[in-house]
Design a protein around this ligand. Structure first.
Ligand code: DAH
Length: 331
């Protein structure tokens, strides 16, 4: 009988079988229990001997059972490890990770250049009024920039800002000079073709201090240094121009980074690419914000244009199409 029990434990092939054997031997109504129950029929002198044997048997069976159980558990673990093993050499599709859009990345680089020089970053509302967007910037009623062709107007006379220059006005009206600020952000114009989108981004810059402390030479130095930081060893030239909010005004060109100034399609065979507008703040602007005895310079640039030149992206629209093949190159 006892060999038979031990064999049944030993021959269990898995934990389920072993459990069935355990119940049949050790269970409340199991065979061991039955054997102990029969003790009461044994004679008084035989009883202690049989009881001792039964206890020894129970111990042996328990030991056998514990060993077998450990063995089968180990076996099950090994099978599972084998079944669930990960083949690290197996191909898997690349997990997607995010990255900054090239326009935002370019914006960050521009901001970093100026904040390193202690320029403060100011922001203003996208929905502006005529005073901040035009009037205070010396753009009178009759100025063509106010035309419905260019500006998105709301019914109440408010408008989507057409440039970041109104932030100059807001900053000067809430702060006393000296001022050293840039203002990055979205701007809007009723324009949509190969080289224009209704929304784009600009960075505005403004430096104001006591009269005589801020000169065109300062403006020239900082913009040249800035453009060399952004574009490397390009030539920089200042070309006389006109903006209502600056006098004198200039547009700034860099030598064409595609043909190195030799002349190509991108630079319309001029060898130069226009990248900035700037000038000395017009006295009428200072008058509008109530500043006296100050001088200052201002500049403004389009971030998309910088991004396209830095990354040599030929078509403006590809910046807004959300094509992953473009975006993935900027991870
Ligand atoms: N606000 C101008 C524009 O949109 C850019 C600009 C030019 C800003 C000259 C300036 C500046 O501050 O001095 O197109």
């Amino acid at each position: 009988m006892q060999n038979n029990w031990i064999d049944r434990i030993e021959n269990s092939l898995n934990l389920d079988e072993l459990e069935a054997v355990r119940v049949s031997i050790f269970g409340k109504k199991g065979e061991l229990a039955k054997a102990f129950a029969q003790l009461k029929d044994a004679s008084a002198e035989e009883k202690p001997k049989i009881a001792k044997e039964l206890n020894a048997l129970k111990q042996t069976l328990t030991k056998t059972y514990d060993r077998k159980r450990a063995e089968l558990e180990e076996q099950r673990l090994q099978e599972r490890l084998k079944r669930e093993a990960i083949d690290v050499s197996l191909y898997s599709p690349r997990a997607g990770g995010g990255a900054l859009h090239p326009v935002m990345h370019t914006m960050d680089r521009i901001i970093e250049y100026f904040t390193d020089l202690n320029f403060a970053v100011e922001t203003g509302p996208l929905v502006e009024d005529e005073f901040h967007n035009f009037e205070a910037l010396n753009l009178p009623d009759y100025h063509p920039a106010r035309d419905m062709q260019d500006t998105f107007y709301f019914k109440d006379g408010k408008l989507l800002r057409t440039h970041t220059s109104p932030v100059q006005i807001r900053t000067m009206m809430k702060q006393k000079p000296p001022i050293r600020m840039i203002s990055p952000g979205a701007v809007f114009r009723r324009d949509f073709d190969l080289t224009h989108t209704p929304q784009f981004h600009q960075v505005e810059g403004l430096m104001v201090d006591e009269k005589g402390k801020v000169s065109f030479a300062n403006l020239k130095w900082i913009l040249e240094d800035f453009l060399h930081t952004m574009f490397g060893g390009v030539d920089v030239r200042f070309r006389p121009s006109f903006f209502p909010f600056t006098e004198p005004s200039a547009e700034v060109d860099i030598s064409c980074i595609f043909c190195e100034g030799k002349g190509c399609r991108v630079c319309s065979h001029t060898g130069w690419l226009e990248v900035l507008g700037c000038g000395m703040v017009d006295p009428n602007v200072f008058k509008a914000v109530g500043y006296e005895d100050v001088s200052g310079y201002a500049f403004g640039l389009g971030v998309e244009r910088f991004a396209m030149l830095i990354h040599r992206i030929p078509d403006l629209r590809s910046l807004f199409e959300g094509d992953l093949r473009l975006l993935e190159q900027f991870r």
